[in-house]
Design a protein around this ligand. Sequence first.
Ligand code: UDP
Length: 329
Amino acid sequence: MSVLVTGGAGYIGSHMVWELLDAGERVVVLDRLSTGFEWAVAPEATLVRGDVGDRELVERIVAEHSVDAIIHFAGSIVVPESIAEPLTYYENNTCKTRNLIEAAVRSGVRNFIFSSTAAVYGAAGLEPVREDARLAPESPYGLSKLMSEWMLRDAAAAHDLRYTALRYFNVAGADPKGRTGQSTPGATHLIKVSCEAALGKRPFMQVYGTDYATPDGTCVRDYIHVCDLVAAHRLALQRLREGGGNLIANCGYGHGYSVLQVIDSVRRVHGAAFEVRMAGRRPGDAESVVADSALARRELGWQPAHDDLDGIVNDALAWEAALARRNTY
Ligand code: UDP
């Protein structure tokens, strides 16, 4: 019995592979290596280079490796890019997921875990957002993921398939053992950008907007350590295998930090100052995005072990330093 991890050479997927191997699972990775890295895949996993939309390939992998569960991370993830290239996002995230679901149904894979996103919600306001909040994606990225949730819902109603969709909030940090981390060049996410600035990989960083209706005027996000996120997937896998029903659940800690609080944390953990410039708002940013995570805690028995901003930053900084040594760029 094996677990198929799509996008297993990417940031979250490569952590998932380690989490599964550490738990004694057999793992097959399907990744076309467009943004992921072969070296990020744990050597004990089998890596197949190919496309998740390739139904025949997926069916062959399922048969060869006795796959009983698919954890689907592969996809395009940059929100502004999805606005510029919506059809690419619908192709990569929606059409290919459709094919993957069909391959799962045809080859008898009963358990499907899908990486969804907080971007399926509309502008949330300051309160933590629950799963039954209004679904109103503000980008093709969010909509491409929401359509995949809907396809899973309908396929699960019609076929012998059960699914869990986990809606990620702001994923950050890296494997504390230093085995993998966020390695994609051209980072836009706050914690990675701040770490790069701290380590001198960029001359300065900017704070996008200081006039939001938040306590210090900068945007608030719910930053979740990537290891807690993949742990939630492992629990979801266990639950599905034990016969648990379909589930859509938020993955965040339930409290947020402002941009300035994150930068303070990076300064504190790194131990030295770096240049931070105040700038105007970045188009499309919501002022606050925080998860209500009661459902994941209740249904999955999820108990985060890394709910500590300085700890997340510490692991992100350590990975950034390791990347510099690796000279990947
Ligand atoms: N942000 C910032 N400077 C940066 C990158 C991000 O001020 O260099 C802010 C961004 O405007 C948002 C927050 O940090 O308010 C989180 O942004 P990120 O891109 O990390 O995640 P998002 O919530 O947009 O998915």
